[in-house]
Design a binder for this molecule. Structure first.
Ligand code: NAD
Length: 434
């Protein structure tokens, strides 16, 4: 930790804890802020979210009893525009976790130059253990608890781990029923990632994977790779992992191994990503897939591949896992999947780490397109969405490469620099009220 970071965090009353995800995230931001020599007051502002909301709400379960749930919405920064960020349903959702993810949203929106700020939220619950009706009632009650703090002009949630287009449809419908009649239809844009039939955008489901492939288009030649000869491993085969897999398969890359919460599998000749997707839909995970062999976690991490792509949860690639990994580049599809010691180890061993705030920004970019379409009562073609997504992702990748070159630094530090350049400029122009 550098002296200024220590001063900023100490000034805010933090007790130093290097294993805390929020402190790790803020350290990365403050490191870049120091490189850019951002004023101290901006570092203070960015080191804490503007708003942290915690709600407790009861839900009637199918057997008639009531269960109390805990939900969060953290709004980190809105200097660039309305808050934007996903809603997660997972048993491990906590305030610090949501705060970290909200900071990453601020950085991501800025890096891809969207007129949006950063937020994140979620409910501490396991959606796999809820019936469809329980999930709907929990979503509606959570949305009503937050209704005074979200709006199409203020804070616009989206899907994340454990939520999907159906959950977004319930959120939008609940919110639309709570606003005045003259605002009802405009209120649909309170969330993005909705189903196509109900204001969703073409290409939103595949957006994060597609954005990652567009980033790789810019990065892969420098790694000395060609898609057709590239092998890769994936952690996670949910929204991000499965779309990344299917889209990379279309470019000719070969998926060697996949691991998810049910187990790990390998096929030396390449895993059929479409067939695996159908299997996961039925079985709930990759375990038991007939066209691959089951392997251990150690075998999964040790498999030699060109790209290692974590697309599941945060902090899964720890130092001991990084020591097993044998790849040219680690592509962060999930948010903060690599701990700082693991990142250091990988870099020291010549592995390029492509940062999450660049690699997975495709999701929020197409969410922004959806919000724009809703507000203009338009429906764009998939070709237009893909074209505009490619433009945003390619420009962001170039921005990161340029910052890495200009400041002689790694791509992760460079990505935060490129994000903060924009935020710093806007703060300078707007000043601090009053
Ligand atoms: P998802 O719920 O669709 O999938 C999560 C995947 O993680 C599943 O395959 C699950 O099996 C796997 N997983 C869970 N626990 C695991 C464990 N212990 N070991 C191995 N695998 C495990 O979620 P998603 O939407 O694909 O999100 C994945 C990551 O990408 C998250 O970090 C999320 O914040 C980030 N992200 C998602 C989007 C989006 O548009 N969905 C956008 C940007 C970033």
């Amino acid at each position: 930790m550098t002296r200024t970071q220590h001063v900023v965090l100490k000034e805010l009353g933090f007790r130093y804890d290097p294993s805390n995800l929020y402190q790790q995230t803020i350290h990365a931001v403050l490191d870049a802020a120091e490189t850019l020599e951002l004023p101290h007051h901006l570092q203070l502002i960015l080191a804490q979210p503007k708003t942290e909301i915690m709600v407790h709400f009861p839900v009637r379960m199918d057997h008639g009893h009531f269960q109390l749930f805990k939900g969060y919405r953290v709004q980190h920064n809105n200097i660039l525009g309305p808050y934007k960020g996903g809603m997660r349903y997972h048993p491990d959702v906590s305030l610090d976790h949501v705060k970290s993810l909200a900071v990453l949203m601020t950085m991501k929106c800025s890096l891809v130059r969207l007129p949006m700020g950063g937020a994140k939220g979620g409910v501490q619950a396991d959606p796999r253990k809820l019936s469809r009706d329980e999930l709907m009632r929990m979503t509606r009650r959570f949305t009503s608890a937050l209704a005074g703090n979200i709006s199409p002009d203020h804070d616009i949630p989206a899907p994340d781990v454990g939520t999907n287009a159906q959950v977004m449809a319930w959120m939008a419908d609940t919110y639309m029923n709570m606003v005045d009649i003259e605002h009802r239809h405009r209120a649909q844009s309170v969330v993005t990632g909705k189903p196509m039939e109900f204001g969703g955008s073409a290409g939103r489901d595949k957006a994060t994977g597609q954005g990652l492939v567009y980033v790789l288009d810019q990065m892969i030649p420098e790694l000395g790779l060609k898609f057709e000869q590239t092998t890769y491993s994936l952690i996670g085969f949910g929204n991000v992992g499965s779309w990344t897999g299917r889209l990379l398969a279309m470019r000719g890359a070969k998926l060697r191994c996949v691991m998810d919460h049910t187990g790990a599998i390998r096929n030396e000749r390449g895993i059929d990503t479409v067939a695996l997707g159908l299997h996961v839909e039925k079985a709930g995970g990759v375990a038991g897939f007939g066209m691959a062999e089951a392997i251990t976690e150690e075998q999964f991490y040790s498999e030699k591949v060109d790209l290692f792509i974590p697309a599941a949860l945060e902090q899964m690639v720890t130092l001991d896992k990084a020591r097993m990994i044998d790849c040219k580049a680690l592509v962060e599809a999930a948010n903060a999947p690599t701990t700082p010691p693991a990142q250091r180890h990988l870099r020291e061993h010549g592995v390029t780490v492509l940062p999450a705030i660049l690699c997975n920004a495709g999701g929020v970019t197409v969410s922004y397109f959806e919000w724009k379409q809703n507000r203009q009562a338009e429906s764009w073609s998939l070709e237009r969405v893909d074209h505009d997504l490619r433009a945003h992702m390619s420009a962001a990748a170039q921005r990161v490469k340029l910052a890495a070159h200009r400041y002689g630094t790694d791509l992760s530090h460079a990505a935060y620099i490129a994000a903060l350049e924009q935020i710093g400029r806007v703060y300078q122009l707007r000043g601090i009220f009053p």
